[in-house]
Design a binder for this molecule. Structure first.
Ligand code: FES
Length: 137
């Protein structure tokens, strides 16, 4: 079975800090980095959700404009991390307040667990995600 040439994704607001209901649709090539939104479209200390065939991905923006991408699923009981509060290089899950490291998806001790992280970068004010690298869920 061959892979599809392109995978459609939708980017939607998903932050507890800033409720942005706007949404945009783009296309993801199977190979390489693909633009998903402008950096400014992600609320500072918040996140946007990228919906893909591989599941929802939360793209976070820190106070110093670093971006990180994790599955939008807490390793505890699946809470929506995109609706959590970003602080430093962590996000606090909105359901039971576990702290999850944005760089690796690991829960901060004493909690244990890990959510999948994804390659993401910012170039010329735009956010790029390597969704093509995701294995199917
Ligand atoms: S589901 Fe995230 S802390 Fe419980």
């Amino acid at each position: 079975m061959s892979l599809p040439e392109r995978v459609a994704v939708t980017v939607a607001g998903g932050s507890a800090v800033h409720h942005d209901a706007s949404a945009a649709t783009t296309e993801i090539n199977v190979d390489g980095w693909q633009k998903v939104c402008a950096l400014e479209a992600i609320p500072m200390l918040g996140a946007r959700v990228v919906k893909s065939a591989q599941g929802n991905i939360a793209v976070f923006r820190t106070a110093d404009d670093a971006v990180f991408a994790l599955d939008d699923k807490c390793p505890h009981k699946g809470g929506p991390l995109s609706q959590g509060i970003v602080f430093g290089r962590k996000v606090a899950c909105p359901l039971h307040n576990w702290n999850i490291g944005l760089e690796d998806g690991n829960a901060v001790a004493p909690d244990k667990g890990c959510t999948r992280s994804h390659p993401v970068k910012v170039e010329d004010g735009a956010v790029f995600l390597q969704v093509a690298a995701l294995p199917p869920q």
